[in-house]
Design a protein. Structure first.
Length: 651
């Protein structure tokens, strides 16, 4: 027989044997056999083979036992304001339900059914527009308190891509656990979690280079570090192959079996995945169509005279019914039969589902509120600065490219204007150069921020919701962390251009030139941050340059200050570029001696005459610097409040 064919037959035999073993064995053994099969087939990375349920169990055995949290909700609705209309759209229609602790719960339904909306409403990720009652252990949810025990894992992986897996875990541990937990304990938790989730052998891999499934696992791993009791996961299996999906659900199941409440949205699970869920909550058109154990879905459908066809995946059939494939009347029948989530008869043990009063009695308030948030914001700031330093060192765009671009542009401009700094016939050319420098500083700094900040913003939304840090700590760290690179790139630019153009080698003049350049860069970054906070990348890329144009025109370039129409003169005081240009002119032309003139006539041989012609008071540079500093303070404070407002608005 052909050796390749022979090998394939052997592998198929092993696969077939393992598949039959899976049917016979219990769930855990089945998963292990399945993993073995995949491993033999070679479709799995050898290092991934180690995630067995026992590894998952071991990972959390040394963590404090979770306080069980049961979530119930009644008549929950979610409304949004329609765009360009005063009417509101109801997305969830008074749904009820009960999510007991120690269960792996799937919120299922066709696309647009409202799964993510329900997950967001129950987790507190969205609060505006949510109505109805949400209970935690029988008491009305106190969101701040509740968030201490929960974590939310978004559908898209919002990770720090420039950090290694271990660095990401260490930063998460330092932010969430602070100094209350020893380094040994933190490292032990990290090691256990990474081993359990099959990431141990990838711990020194840069996150950017991980596969989709590994990134998803890392998203989960980061949130497990402080041992949350409730996990909310928005589509944790989307984009994963069947092997990774099985693994992901197996991890989640193990986490649930240790007493956690694990709730995830899922599109259309395979029959094998579907049976792993302890509780299934099916939604369609914002209404509940089924709530109960996965094994009881078929009897439920039978009971409402909608029997699942033989050899049909019940999950698929339920989704087909929910999508309205068999008629909208069926959707209504299902929703009415389950009381829009009020009926608990299809739970595995309906009698064990506790009433709100029973829950309140079982879990007293004092026990419930024992998790305290005692990591100081100062400590978090230090950790964020550490993270910022690592990122800055590795960031090819914000650090390396920025410095290189500054050096190259300085050389290019220097070559264009070489030796013109002392030439009486090239004073106007010097003025143009100053303007070119300003434009370079503004666009380079502003556009980089506009293009990169929106991605960072989505990470902040997740990390801030999961209580990693406050907006204030993040904001201070991001402001401080950028300073060294800004100073280095600006200093290199200033030195190169100053020497090449041949401006007077006097410390005072160079210092003012550099300080003005630095302040302009800082202002441009702040404007970029402001635009990036409010807009997405497309709108920001459009708005940024457009908003810079009036500032240029009102700075006294093109139209000199004395030619500005009186009704627009106020604009020159608002334009930060005016202060920049005035600062440059002052630094480079104020009290200069007569310039050399190698041609017959040099109109601006005496720089004072030039200053008079452009109506600039060149002895004002201290005022210019104060004006620029004032603009920075205003913009930075505004940015901070806008960022806070944006976060509140997104909830
Ligand atoms: N802010 C909003 N404004 C208008 N409509 C919205 C808004 N948010 C959600 N919707 C609508 O609500 C419905 C439910 O959205 P949701 O994202 O919860 O669906 P889903 O079941 O998670 O879908 P998918 O599986 O495709 O992610 C969709 O029709 C969506 O268009």
């Amino acid at each position: 027989m052909d050796p390749i064919l022979q090998q394939e037959t052997a592998l198929n035999t092993i696969a077939a044997l393992s598949m039959s073993a899976m049917k016979a064995d219990n769930n855990h053994t089945a998963i292990n056999k399945h993993v073995q099969t995949e491993y033999i087939k070679g479709s799995v990375d050898a290092t991934d083979y180690q995630h067995s349920p026992s590894a998952i169990r071991a990972a959390f055995c040394n963590m404090p036992v979770c306080e069980p949290i049961e979530i119930s909700f009644k008549d929950v609705s979610y409304c949004v304001q329609k765009m360009f209309s005063k009417t509101r759209k109801e997305i969830l229609h008074k749904v009820s339900g009960n999510f007991p602790s120690g269960n792996l719960i799937a919120i299922m339904g066709p696309s647009g059914a409202g799964k993510s909306t329900l997950l967001n409403a129950l987790s507190g990720y969205k609060t505006r527009g949510v109505s109805g009652a949400i209970y935690v252990n029988g008491r009305i949810r106190d969101l701040n308190e509740f968030k201490k025990s929960t974590c939310y894992i978004t559908q898209d992986d919002r990770l720090q891509l420039l950090l290694t897996v271990y660095e990401n875990m260490k930063i998460a541990a330092d932010l969430k656990l602070g100094n209350n937990v020893s380094l040994i304990e933190k490292n032990s938790r990290i090691e256990n979690i990474l081993t359990a989730l099959g990431l141990y052998d990838h711990q020194f891999t840069i996150t950017e280079r991980l596969s989709g499934g590994q990134k998803k696992r890392l998203s989960v791993a980061l949130e497990l570090i402080n041992n949350p009791t409730v996990l909310w996961l928005d589509e944790p299996t989307t984009g994963l192959d069947s092997y990774s999906c099985t693994n992901m659900i197996a991890y989640l199941k193990q986490l649930a079996q240790q007493g956690r409440t694990v709730i995830c949205t899922i599109h259309q699970p395979s029959a094998k995945l579907f049976e792993k869920f302890d509780l299934v909550y099916i939604l369609a058109y914002g209404k509940c169509l089924y709530q109960g154990h996965s094994s009881k879905l078929v009897p439920f459908l039978q009971s409402v005279s909608l029997p699942c066809p033989k050899f049909h995946n019940p999950a698929d059939y339920a989704i087909e019914l929910a999508s309205g494939d068999y008629g909208m009347d069926k959707v209504k029948t299902l929703s009415n039969s389950i009381g829009n989530g009020e009926c608990l008869s299809w739970y595995e043990n309906p009698n064990r589902v506790m009433k709100l009063e029973q829950l309140r009695q079982k879990i007293p308030i004092s026990d419930e509120k024992k998790k305290s948030d005692d990591v100081s914001e100062f400590h978090k700031l230090k950790v964020l600065l550490r993270r910022g330093v690592i990122k800055t060192k590795r960031d090819q765009t914000l650090t390396h490219l920025r410095i290189i671009v500054n050096v190259l542009v300085a050389i290019l401009l220097g070559l264009l204007f070489i030796g013109s700094g002392t030439d009486g016939s090239r004073v106007l050319a010097n003025y143009n150069l100053m303007f070119a420098i300003l434009i370079h500083h503004v666009f380079a700094a502003m556009m980089l921020t506009i293009l990169t900040f929106p991605t960072e913003k989505s990470i902040i939304l997740k990390e801030n919701f999961n209580r990693w840090y406050s907006v204030k700590s993040y904001y201070i760290s991001t402001t401080l962390i950028d300073l060294p690179v800004t100073i280095i790139s600006c200093l290199l630019f200033s030195i190169i251009i100053y020497i090449m153009v041949g401006w007077p080698l006097e410390a005072d003049r160079f210092s003012v030139f550099f300080v003005v350049s630095f302040l302009i860069v800082f202002i441009a970054q702040s404007i970029g941050l402001l635009i990036g906070t409010v807009c997405n990348v497309i709108n920001g890329t459009f708005l940024g340059p457009i908003l810079a144009v009036p500032a240029m025109m009102l700075a006294g370039f093109g139209v000199t200050l004395k030619d500005l129409p009186p009704y627009l003169y106020w604009g020159s005081y608002v334009s930060y570029l005016r202060y920049g240009l005035e600062g440059y002119v002052g630094a480079l032309f104020y009290k200069r001696e007569q310039l050399k003139c190698d041609v017959m006539y040099c109109h601006y041989k005496y720089p004072e005459k030039f200053l008079k012609d452009i109506s600039m008071e060149a002895d004002q540079f201290s005022k210019d610097i104060y004006a620029l500093l004032f603009a920075i303070v205003i913009l930075r404070v505004l940015c901070y409040y806008l960022l806070k407002w944006r976060i509140v608005l997104s909830r």
